[in-house]
Write a protein that binds this ligand. Structure first.
Ligand code: GDP
Length: 195
């Protein structure tokens, strides 16, 4: 089972706070407001597990959850706060780089993309960082319920085109709606299938 077997472990603000890298781990990255908390809550079947409102300064930490004692789920802080203080952004970016390049048990990053907006400049930045860190990443479109099929196809084509430029990108894109539950079982299966 997946739902119900997820526990919050800890929030990490520095590399020496990371839990032991003794099991496969996946992380979730995305612009603030992309629907990351909603997605993690939908995945785990637990409302309120991931905080639904992220504010700069308060959530500049890497949040670790245990999944069935077998995996870690890692919630990275949302990026793209226009008004975040420079010092906070720099501290966070340093930690993010260290984490992504140094975490041997990190099997995959999920980069969340708002289906209404497609890949934005800040999404490109995180993808480049993942390329450099040699962390395989998979794009997850969020809020697909907000689009008509025709518009979703257009965005998918744009995302595919952008992903093709990134060596670390995994080709399969996951379409999700936390609201409707679409794509949630698929994403669960991908995560539990990683060893
Ligand atoms: P976060 O900042 O990335 O953690 O984003 P949240 O999970 O807090 O979601 C941001 C906003 O998008 C909230 O108003 C959510 O209700 C909304 N939202 C998130 N996921 C979905 C979805 O699948 N469908 C729709 N229609 N709205 C969503």
């Amino acid at each position: 089972a997946f739902a119900g077997d997820v526990q919050f472990l800890k929030g990490v603000v520095a590399m020496d706070g990371l839990p032991p890298d003794d099991r496969p781990e996946v992380c979730f990255a995305g612009r603030s407001n992309v629907g990351k908390s909603s997605l993690i809550n939908a995945l785990t079947g637990r409302k309120g597990l991931a905080r639904a409102s992220n504010t700069p300064g308060r959530t500049q930490e890497i949040n670790f959850f245990t999944l069935n004692e077998s995996h870690y789920l890692v919630d990275l802080p949302g990026y793209g706060f226009a008004n975040a203080p420079v010092a906070i952004v720099e501290k966070w970016q340093r930690l993010l780089k260290q984490y992504l390049s140094g975490r041997v048990s990190l099997r995959r990053a999920f980069v969340l993309i708002d289906a209404r907006h497609g890949v934005k400049a800040v999404d490109e930045e995180i993808m480049e960082l993942l390329d450099k860190s040699a962390v395989t990443f998979q794009a997850v479109l969020t809020k697909t319920d907000k689009l008509k099929a025709k518009d979703l196809d257009k965005i998918l084509a744009q995302v595919r085109e952008k992903l093709s430029k990134h060596p670390a990108a995994y080709p399969e894109i996951v379409l999700t709606s936390s609201e409707k539950g679409d794509g949630i079982p698929t994403l669960r299966a991908i995560i539990t299938g990683l060893s």
